[in-house]
Design a protein around this ligand. Structure first.
Ligand code: GLN
Length: 271
């Protein structure tokens, strides 16, 4: 079979299944098996796939048809220009979260102490460290499996022992102050469980859902403790849903944090 026919047929199946970027997804899977980039696939659409290649691509396509995200199928996801290992113990790094890395790199003074709470795959902490080797970064997660994966990502991208990883429920295992705290905690309201995409349903619930009604149970706990661990003059950067921003700003104010910056999903505070 020629590449163009495989792409056309598989994309049609993907589209029928409700997958939102059908052509791109089959190109990614075919490119992965053939070890070629998208421009090669387009320039060589007459390429004849042998039966081994065809089987490999079809096996991956079958997974995608059952709505397993590309990042879990390929076990990797690009974030801030770096390649992270992913698995279904962690949320797939979202490109919109790159804002937190951008702000961290710009706001943080030299040699500062940084804490990333709920690090998951380690994406935020590792991307910051890659661009700011001067910072002393600690990263925590409640999940042991997430910390194991984050450590593997750090070893791969930064080399050994560049970030201190700790399994911790929020600040439980933390006993010092930081100049910058970053948190992308679970904030999807529990009542969205049936409404999220089939792909998001394959991600860990512990990384997504933030409680009943407004989804802010974990952030409420987090804000109540933050002033104890944030230096005076230090920064706090968080991601939340757009509809939660007013409530989050109130939580922050109650805990003596001043809003200094915001975009659609992110807020920055100063202590
Ligand atoms: N924005 C993410 C989503 O909708 C949720 C990320 C999170 O809970 N921290 O999939």
């Amino acid at each position: 079979m020629q590449l163009k026919d495989l792409i056309r047929q598989t994309a049609a199946q993907f589209r029928k299944a409700g997958i939102t970027s059908p052509v791109l997804d089959v190109q990614i899977l075919a490119g992965f098996v053939l070890n070629k980039d998208k421009s090669w696939l387009i320039a060589n659409s007459d390429y004849r796939l042998n039966s081994a290649q065809l089987k490999l691509i079809n096996d991956l396509a079958k997974k995608r048809l059952s709505r397993v995200p590309i990042a879990y199928i390929l076990k990797t996801k690009e974030f801030y220009g770096l390649d992270f290992f992913t698995n279904d113990s962690v949320l797939i790094p979202r490109n919109e979260t790159e804002t937190l890395v951008e702000w961290s790199i710009k706001l943080t003074p030299k040699n500062a102490k940084v804490l990333d709470i709920g690090t998951g795959s380690g994406a935020i902490a590792i991307a910051i460290k890659k661009n700011r080797a001067d910072l002393a970064i600690t990263a925590t997660d409640i999940s042991v499996k997430a910390i194991n994966l984050a450590r593997k990502n750090a070893d791969n991208i930064l080399g050994k022992d560049k970030i201190q990883f700790t399994t911790s429920d929020l600040f439980n295992k933390i006993n010092s102050k930081f100049d910058l705290i970053i948190a992308n905690l679970p904030y999807v309201p529990n009542n969205m469980k049936n409404k999220i995409s089939p792909e998001a349903k394959t991600e860990p619930k512990v990384a997504l859902f933030g409680g009943e009604s407004n989804g802010l149970d974990i952030y409420s706990r987090f804000f109540a403790e933050t002033p104890k661990y944030l230096s005076k003059g230090g920064y706090l950067l968080i991601e939340c849903d757009n509809f939660q921003k007013t409530e989050i700003a109130d939580l922050a104010k109650e805990n003596k944090l001043k809003l200094i910056r915001k975009d659609y999903l992110h807020l920055a505070f100063k202590h």
